[in-house]
Design a protein around this ligand. Structure first.
Ligand code: ADP
Ligand code: MG
Ligand code: MG
Length: 249
């Protein structure tokens, strides 16, 4: 059974249809890239999967491990293993990253019916995961994302991903605003979290990111639909020829 199955999805935002019958199948262990021009509906798809309010699904369905994802509240989806890394991470002054992570992780464990981490166990876990992803300890004491560079924000998201152990990671334009060094660091983190039990959906406008996170499948979106799917070579083809060819079709 696929991990994620999106079937003929139609989505409206403020009375306007944005996704017009989008279908996608993602299995555990796979990394899928979704590419497409600005405004093609990439972020809309990620928001609908995560359960962000403001979107109306008028047709179609989304299944996670065969279960109806659209019937679940956003926190239930997270508890079931859906993780969305936002395009623009929020800054929360006054809340230490460590405190935020602990609260979020324990909420997720509770929703899964698991016991909360004790302080020493949480510290042990977060240090282990941070070390495995080359994340400096001092980042954990600072306010969430406050004064973080673009690269540090991404590391923070990679750290959350490592802690929450999601089955489905959706990364929406994680490359936006990153210089090449920061991009490499963030991509290394994502690659370290690839596993046979986990799937990743990497959304990007540019091919560049896919030099670092090499996908198994590439899908091109245009005007609210997947118009072409292929392997990693499709991304290279796009880099050479652009999106215009799909706009016509
Ligand atoms: P992408 O991520 O591919 O750039 P989006 O999913 O952000 O595309 O947007 C797809 C289309 O939906 C665009 O035309 C955008 O203007 C529209 N859209 C997205 N969110 C909203 C919203 N909250 N209100 C009105 N229109 C929206
Ligand atoms: Mg956009
Ligand atoms: Mg977007």
């Amino acid at each position: 059974m696929p991990l994620l199955e999106v079937k003929d999805l139609h989505v409206r935002v403020e009375e306007r249809e944005i996704l017009h019958g989008l279908s996608l199948i993602v299995n555990r262990g796979e990394v899928h890239a979704i590419m497409g021009p600005n405004g093609s509906g990439k972020s809309t798809l990620s928001h609908v999967i995560a359960g962000k309010p403001g979107y109306e699904v008028t047709e179609g369905e989304i299944l996670l491990g065969g279960e109806d994802l659209l019937a679940m509240e956003p926190d239930q989806r997270a508890a079931k293993g859906v993780f969305l890394a936002f395009q623009y991470p929020v800054e929360i002054p006054g809340v230490a990253t460590m405190t935020f992570l602990r609260t979020a992780l324990n909420a997720q464990r509770k929703a899964r019916g698991e016991s909360e981490y004790s302080t020493p166990n949480f510290l042990k876990k977060v240090r282990e995961v941070a070390a495995s992803l080359n994340i400096p300890q001092d980042m954990l004491r600072r306010g969430i994302n406050v004064g973080f560079s673009g690269g540090e924000k991404k590391r923070n998201e990679v750290l959350q991903m490592g802690l929450f152990e999601p089955s489905l990671c959706i990364l929406d334009e994680m490359d936006s605003g990153l210089d090449i060094d920061a991009l490499r660091v963030a991509a290394d983190g994502v690659n370290a979290l690839r596993s046979k039990d986990r799937a990743m959906v990497v959304i990007t406008h540019y091919q560049r990111l896919l030099n670092y996170i090499v996908p198994d499948f590439v899908h091109v979106m245009s005007k609210g639909r997947v118009v072409k799917s292929g392997d990693k070579d499709l991304a290279l083809e796009l880099e050479a020829s652009g999106y215009a060819q799909f706009e016509e079709a």
